[in-house]
Write a protein that binds this ligand. Structure first.
Ligand SMILES: NC(=O)c1ccc[n+]([C@@H]2O[C@H](COP(=O)([O-])OP(=O)(O)OC[C@H]3O[C@@H](n4cnc5c(N)ncnc54)[C@H](O)[C@@H]3O)[C@@H](O)[C@H]2O)c1
Ligand SMILES: [Fe+2]
Length: 435
């Protein structure tokens, strides 16, 4: 392909990619407009979802006032679990079923937005929780039709849940993080107001920033869409298509913005000069990974988050031990990029440069190492734990970690180099400690 040699046609490989961008409003003051947004979606009675901490913050007052001024009846639901579980998804669905709402507004991080998505789904098309959950854990039943309008207003910037048709939760009994993925889950509108981030603690900014970075770099280095088998029926083209020229643009810019603003944002929480570019980076990476898909660091993260024993992160008040999502991903990333570097060295090197590494005279065969070194330096600067050992794991945990990560085939197939049990062992071992 003339746009990039990464997308050379391959025999039997796909020859087209699709673009289905999310509907977004971005800017300081955007939250105060959600009353008008809700009215234009025809809403009269909404459930407003937020977590107990966000319930006490200024954006909740802004959101309530905006909805009330537009004549919309609002019921607040704040029993969100941070890093939600099957039980908190079910409780939210019960609330939604009882309330007979005609729409949803979520104000919070990925935990809150994902919970609102689940409440919307299970109150609109009631079913057993596992019915719509990804296979092999659940039945992966397709969502039967459109959901009610959902306006998602992030107060964090990492997950891009407002851009995606994904809702993630902990299935507590099986020690597993899993989710529901379907385009109908995607909110009708994402409203990104960077002033919502004013109270975000430094550790949450660091974890979110690395979630953004990994969404972007995994999409950029994903297997190209031309190497994925062409679907027999065009309708069967997957949501995660692999790297493509459209996602490349969004991802490169997201990486550049993270490279320039993450350390400053962590050192000066609440400074709008950092909040705005970081939130924009999160949105761009969301558009990129929503179209291309993540790969190995995210696949490994589900094992790291699911098997947690007693790790509790500073800055996250939670009723259960947990490894916050951005941390559970970035602890794997340096090990993975050392491994994937040879598959597309120029992409690894471009990303390292965008993150601030000096790549003058850098040999291409060291691209993965150079990117890993730059990530490790930024992890140190922003207070991220030192690899898997830093969040409570040791080599004794390798068999379980490998097993759980290997189950994430939806993500692993998107890797630029084949990854199975044999590769996951050395990757987890390399991720135990970086300094
Ligand atoms: N749906 C998706 O596409 C997707 C993608 C990646 C991750 N996720 C999921 O999203 C969840 C993580 O979401 P997250 O990182 O956005 O954070 P979060 O929603 O888990 O919140 C993290 C902490 O920050 C607090 N907080 C949020 N906004 C705040 C603010 N403005 N000021 C002060 N405190 C604030 C919360 O109360 C909480 O204690 C995980 O469950 C993860 O698996 C979803
Ligand atoms: Fe993520």
């Amino acid at each position: 392909m003339a746009l990039s040699s990464y997308f050379e046609p391959t025999p039997g490989g796909d020859t087209a990619f699709t673009v289905d961008p999310p509907k977004i409003k971005f800017g300081i003051g955007a939250l105060a407009e959600i009353g008008a947004d809700a009215r234009s979606l025809g809403l009269k009675r909404v459930a407003l979802f937020c977590d107990p901490r966000v319930a006490k913050l200024a954006p909740l007052t802004t959101a309530r006032r905006a909805l009330a001024d537009a004549g919309i009846d609002v019921a607040v639901y704040d029993a969100i679990e941070v890093e939600p579980t099957d039980r908190s998804f079910k409780a939210a669905a019960d609330f939604a079923l009882d309330g007979k709402f005609d729409g949803f507004v979520s104000l919070g991080g990925g935990s809150t937005i994902d919970t609102a998505k689940a409440a919307n789904l299970y109150s609109t098309y009631p079913a057993d929780l596992l019915a719509y959950v990804n296979a092999p854990v659940g039945e992966a039943r397709p969502i039967p039709g459109p959901l009610k309008p959902h306006i998602a207003c992030p107060t964090t910037f990492g997950t891009a849940s407002e851009c995606t048709g994904i809702a993630i939760f902990d299935l507590v009994e099986q020690e597993l993080k899993t989710g529901i993925a379907h385009r109908n889950l995607r909110p009708a509108l994402g409203v990104l107001d960077p002033s919502n981030m004013a109270t975000l603690p430094a550790n949450v900014i660091a974890a979110n920033g690395f979630d953004v970075f990994t969404h972007a770099i995994e999409s950029l280095t994903a297997r190209p869409y031309t190497k994925r088998e062409a679907p027999k029926d065009p309708a069967g083209r997957p949501l995660y298509q692999g790297a493509n020229p459209y996602s490349d643009i969004a991802c490169m810019e997201a990486i550049r913005l993270i490279g320039r603003n993450l350390v400053g944002g962590v050192k000066s929480p609440g400074d709008v000069a950092f909040c705005e570019p970081l939130m924009f980076a999160g949105m761009l990476a969301g558009i990129g990974f929503g179209n291309a898909g993540c790969h190995v660091p995210h696949a490994m993260s589900y094992a790291v988050a699911g098997l947690v024993r007693d790790y509790r992160a500073e800055g996250w008040p939670s009723n259960h031990p947990m490894v916050p999502h951005g941390i559970s991903v970035i602890v794997n990333a340096p090990a993975v990029f050392r491994f994937t570097g040879p598959a597309c060295p120029d992409r690894h090197l471009k990303a390292a440069e965008a993150m601030g590494a000096d790549v003058r005279d850098a040999p291409l065969d060291k691209a993965g190492e150079i990117l890993a070194d730059r990530i490790i330096a930024m992890m140190k600067e922003t207070g991220i734990p030192n690899g898997l050992g830093g969040v409570g794991y040791s080599e004794d945990d390798l068999p379980q970690l490998i097993e759980k990560a290997n189950a994430q085939q939806r993500l692993l197939v998107n890797s630029p180099k084949p990854v199975g049990r044999a590769e996951l062992g050395p990757l987890f071992r390399d991720a135990m400690r970086y300094w």
